[in-house]
Design a binder for this molecule. Structure first.
Ligand SMILES: [Zn+2]
Length: 140
């Protein structure tokens, strides 16, 4: 069974941002796999959790989703996206928590560098880069 018609998808979304399209196609494929495994006739709802540091543009994900679910049992399904805040850890001072963005005009035009809110050192991202399928509602 051919679940996704990629030739069709690509020819219709020539200028789409590929990062979102790629990630969304992974999501759609995973949902279709699950739906097929359970013999679902239709997928009604898909719930995603997307970390705020995943660099995924929500609107692009929604657009890609719409294109990708055409001609599948996911057609017409509703996509719910929950944003999850990023969490960082500083190895230097031990700070662990949310990212605090300084109120600097430059942050409104470019993606900020992530640094420790306490000491300014570089930090590790421990949460917020994920993109997960939380749940799916199927008609069996
Ligand atoms: Zn620190």
């Amino acid at each position: 069974m051919r679940l996704l018609n990629y030739d069709f998808c690509y020819s219709n979304v020539g200028l789409l941002v590929m990062h979102e399209f790629f990630v969304t196609s992974q999501i759609v494929m995973a949902v279709l796999e699950e739906a097929e495994k359970r013999g679902a006739k239709k997928v009604l709802e898909v719930y995603l959790v997307i970390g705020s540091l995943s660099l995924l543009e929500i609107e692009q994900v929604r657009f890609s989703y719409k294109v990708l679910v055409k001609d599948t049992v996911m057609k017409g399904s509703r996509l719910f996206i929950k944003r999850k805040k990023g969490k960082i850890k500083c190895d230097k001072c031990g700070y662990e928590g949310e990212i605090k963005f300084k109120n600097d005009p430059i942050y409104h035009v470019s993606f900020p560098t992530i640094a420790c809110a306490e000491c300014g050192s570089s930090v590790r991202i421990i949460e917020g880069r994920e993109c997960l399928i939380e749940s799916v509602k199927l008609v069996i």
